[in-house]
Design a protein around this ligand. Sequence first.
Ligand code: PEP
Ligand code: MN
Length: 344
Amino acid sequence: MLVVMEAAARPEQIEAVVRHIEKLGFRAHPIPGAFRTAIGVTGTAGKADPQVLENFPGVKEIIPVSHAYKLVSREAKPDDSVINVSGVDVGGNGVIVIGGPCAVESLDQTRTIAERVKRAGGQLLRGGAYKPRTSPYSFQGLGEEALEILARVREEFDIPIITEAVDHESLQLVDQYADCIQIGARNMQNFSLLKSAGRARKPVLLKRGMSATLEELLLSAEYIMSEGNYNVMLCERGVRTFADHTRNTLDLSVVPAIKRISHLPILVDPSHGTGKRNKVLPMSRAAIAAGADGVLIEVHHKPEEALSDGPQALLPEMFEQVVREVDAIARVLGRALQPALAAS
Ligand code: PEP
Ligand code: MN
C-alpha cells in the first residue's frame, strides 16, 4: 500500500503519517519524488487497517498496490531515481561508464587500468576482490588485500570504486572500503545477503540472476529497499539461453521493460553479457540506445595474462572508444555522459 501525500504536504504532516504507520505495526518508507512524497507501507505484522490514514492532514490518497514489488515501482515514485555514488550521479539525464578489471590482481595492475579508465572519462572503477568462480580451483580474488588496493587507487585517481560482496563477511568489508556494493548474478536471490545489503550504508548495484525474470529481479531489489537502503541500481548482464555464440544472451529488451515499471536506474554489462571482446562495443552502443543509464565494462591492459575473464576484457584504447561512442549515442537521445569527478 502507498500513502500519497499532497504536493504541498509539510514535513511534520509526513512525519505524523510515518509515526502512525509505525504505531500500527507496519514499516513506513517515505519516498520523496520530484512532485510529491509517497510513503510505502510494508510488513505483515500490522494489527489495524492503515486506511484510517486517508483522513490525516496532507494525505492525497491511499493506493493499494496489487503486485508484489512496491517500493521499486513507479507508483511509489513516478520520476526516475538518481543515485549518488560518492559524487557520481547514476540515473536521470546522464549516462555513466564503469570500467575496470574483472579481478584486482595486484596494485600495479589496478593502478595501470584505473589510470586509463579515469583518463578515458570513466566515472567509476570496478574490480573484484571476492570472485564467485564456477570452479573452486580458479582464482578466488585477493579479498581484503584487494579492497585496500582499490581504496588506494581511488585516492590516487579520484574515482569511486565498486566491488562485489559474496557473503555476509565480505559485505561488511565492502561496505567499509568501497563506494558501491555489487551483488552478483549468482547471489541475486540470496535473500539473507540482500537483507544485509539493505542495512548497509552504501548504494547497491544488483545484477540480474542468469535465469531470473524481470519480476524476480525487481523483488530482489525490493528486499534491499524494504530494509531501508533505497539506493539501488539494477544491472542486466545476460541470461542463459540455447545460443552458444556468446557466453550469455544480453536481454536488452529488459531495459525499456524496467523503465516502464520502475524508477530505479538500470545499467548494462555487455562484458559478461557476451563474453567476447569483439561484441562489447556494439552491445554498449545498443544498451545506451535502448535507454540504459550506463554500462559496466571489463578492461585489462594485458588480457592474455588476466586471472579471470581475459577473453571479454577490453584493451584500454577500446574502452576509450566505448566512452566516446556512449556519449555520442546518449546525445542523440538528449542525454550525455556524466562528467567524471574532478581531481581534488
Ligand atoms: C562481475 O561483474 O565480476 C561478475 C562476476 O558478474 P556476474 O555476477 O554478472 O556474473
Ligand atoms: Mn568478470
